[in-house]
Design a protein around this ligand. Structure first.
Ligand SMILES: [Zn+2]
Length: 191
């Protein structure tokens, strides 16, 4: 039980659209409440032992799976939902690869680079940011890639909801990763 402390369960709506990463304890509550319609993944994340049921003469057991879909109406409107932008998600989207020199770097050696410089009105957005190493970012300075003669080696894009959950999850089990990856749009760099 203790080693699962940091595990996260992917909560879906009944149609399989990701809703949230929840804790094992939150997931167990939903299982116990009978809110789970179906589960996914290769097997239980944890088996929790509950109280002793005198009538049935045995202890209750709750299997908590790494993917749980809840009963009820789907709540998310998929259209027009732009995933919140965060540095660690951007770096993952771009596979820790500098958009200008194409080399991979550790997280601390990468920066979020404005394609159209912020000083010229370039927004902090999925479509105007790529990750870049310090030297490339410094060399490009307050110029566009065209002006700097530094073409982008890959293009920015807005992640889909499924992709966003992959980007967000800090420690994702292989089977959950596979489940999300199977639902990524064509052309995603996370495939
Ligand atoms: Zn670089």
């Amino acid at each position: 039980m203790h080693r699962h402390r940091h595990s996260h369960v992917l909560q879906l709506d009944i149609q399989g659209t990701p809703q949230a990463w929840i804790s094992l304890e939150q997931a167990a509550t939903r299982v116990a409440a009978g809110s789970v319609a179906w589960v996914g993944g290769d097997g239980p994340l944890a088996t929790l032992r509950g109280g002793f049921n005198a009538r049935r003469g045995r202890q209750s057991v709750l299997d908590v799976h790494p993917i749980i879909a809840l009963h009820g109406k789907p709540r998310v409107n998929l259209f027009g939902v732009v995933p919140a932008l965060a540095r660690h998600k951007l770096l993952r989207r771009d596979r820790h690869t500098c958009a200008y020199c194409g080399q991979r770097f550790a997280e601390q050696d990468l920066q979020c680079e404005h394609i159209l410089p912020a000083s010229r009105g370039g927004p902090w957005s999925w479509m105007n940011l790529v990750c870049a190493c310090g030297p490339c970012n410094g060399r490009k300075a307050d110029r566009t890639p065209e002006e700097a003669g530094m073409p982008l080696l890959y293009l920015p894009y807005v992640p889909s909801r499924w992709e966003d959950f992959l980007l967000e999850g800090r420690t994702i089990r292989a089977d959950v990763h596979e489940w999300l990856a199977a639902r990524l749009p064509k052309g995603s760099r996370l495939c």
